[in-house]
Ligand binder design. Structure first.
Ligand code: SF4
Length: 92
């Protein structure tokens, strides 16, 4: 099977070479830096253009394409209108 040049290796390696080659890995790394390394802060980042200013990296902050991230983390984390609805209801 031919390897997809746009998909980073699945071994979780985030060497400088990996970050340079794969923009989504670089965005994830940047978002973790922006949120002091907190995965939870990145997940709940309010910079979606509705709850705060818009960050153009927001849809890509999981280091995956938005459709893939929606399947893995839940569509509400990729939809600014649905973001933070769970917090109003007292859920995590
Ligand atoms: S989406 Fe923007 S504001 Fe949010 S964590 Fe990433 S870089 Fe920071």
């Amino acid at each position: 099977m031919k390897k997809n040049a746009n998909v980073p290796p699945s071994d979780g390696a985030t060497s400088d070479a990996t970050v340079d080659r794969y923009p989504l890995v670089a965005i994830r790394k940047h978002c973790l830096d922006c949120s002091s390394g907190s995965i939870k802060e990145v997940k709940h980042c309010p910079c979606d253009g509705v709850h705060s200013t818009r960050c153009f990296l927001w849809p890509f902050r999981f280091g995956k394409r938005p459709k893939t991230a929606a399947k893995k983390y839940g569509a509400e984390f990729l939809d600014p209108a649905a973001m933070h609805e769970d917090e109003k209801e007292g859920k995590e």
